[in-house]
Design a protein around this ligand. Structure first.
Ligand SMILES: Cc1cc2nc3c(=O)[nH]c(=O)nc-3n(C[C@H](O)[C@H](O)[C@H](O)COP(=O)(O)O)c2cc1C
Length: 179
C-alpha cells in the first residue's frame, strides 16, 4: 500500500481545487491510500514557536511524516501560491533539523477559472520546493484552466480532466514507488 498525503491550498466553499483534489483521490491507482493532511487549523508559523512547538503543528508534521509522498493541490493567488501553503510547508521544516521533507517525493497540481490554470503559482512552487531536499516530480504537470467549465456543481470533472488526473496520479504513485 502506498500512502499519498495531500494538502489543498483552498477551503473556500465550492473550491475548484478541492474538487480537483477529490478527482485525484477518486482516480488514484489500486493499493493507494489518499490522506487529507488538512492545513485549515494551522496557525501562522513564527520562529519563536520552535522552543515550544504548538501541538497542532506537531500533529500536522506527524501526519505528513507518515505518508510516502506529498501532493500539493493549490490555487493561484495574485500570481503566486496562497500564503497558507507556504505556512504549511514552513511548518513541515521546523524546528530546525526536524524537517519531514528530506527525501520526500513531492508534486503539485492546481486549477483556476482562467486560461493558464495556476501556471504562475506552480512555477513559483517549483523554484523553492526542490531546495528543501524533497524528491520533486516535475513532469507530468497538472494545471487545469477553465475550471468553471471543467467541474460540475457536484464536483465531478469532465472526461478529459478526469483522464488527465488519472494519468497524473498514476505517474506520481509510480514515482513514489520507484524511490
Ligand atoms: C486573493 C485572490 C487572488 C487571485 N489571484 C489569481 C491569479 O493571480 N491568477 C488566477 O488565475 N486566479 C486568481 N484568483 C482567482 C482564483 O483562481 C479563483 O478564485 C479560484 O476559484 C480559486 O480556487 P479555489 O476555488 O480552489 O479557491 C484569485 C483569487 C483570489 C481570492
Amino acid at each position: 500500500m502506498t500512502t499519498i498525503g495531500y494538502i489543498v491550498g483552498s477551503w473556500a466553499e465550492g473550491s475548484v481545487n478541492q474538487k480537483l483534489a477529490r478527482t485525484l483521490v477518486a482516480q488514484a491507482p489500486e493499493d493507494t491510500q489518499m490522506v487529507d493532511l488538512d492545513i485549515r487549523e494551522l496557525p501562522l508559523y513564527g520562529r519563536h514557536l520552535d522552543e515550544d512547538f504548538p501541538q497542532v503543528m506537531q500533529d500536522f508534521k506527524d501526519r505528513a511524516s507518515a505518508v510516502d509522498g506529498l501532493l500539493i493541490v493549490t490555487p493561484e493567488h495574485n500570481q503566486s501560491f496562497p500564503a497558507a501553503v507556504k505556512n504549511a510547508v514552513d511548518i513541515l521544516t521546523r524546528p530546525g533539523g526536524t524537517s519531514v521533507l528530506g527525501g520526500m517525493p513531492v508534486t503539485i497540481a492546481g486549477t483556476s477559472p482562467g486560461r493558464f490554470g495556476t501556471i504562475s503559482s506552480q512555477s513559483q512552487l517549483r523554484q523553492f520546493l526542490p531546495m528543501l531536499g524533497v524528491r520533486f516530480m516535475g513532469s507530468p504537470n497538472l494545471a487545469v484552466g477553465g475550471a468553471g467549465d471543467v467541474f460540475a456543481e457536484d464536483g465531478t470533472a469532465d472526461a478529459q480532466t478526469t483522464e488527465r488526473a488519472r494519468k497524473f496520479i498514476a505517474a506520481f504513485v509510480d514515482f513514489v514507488r520507484a524511490g
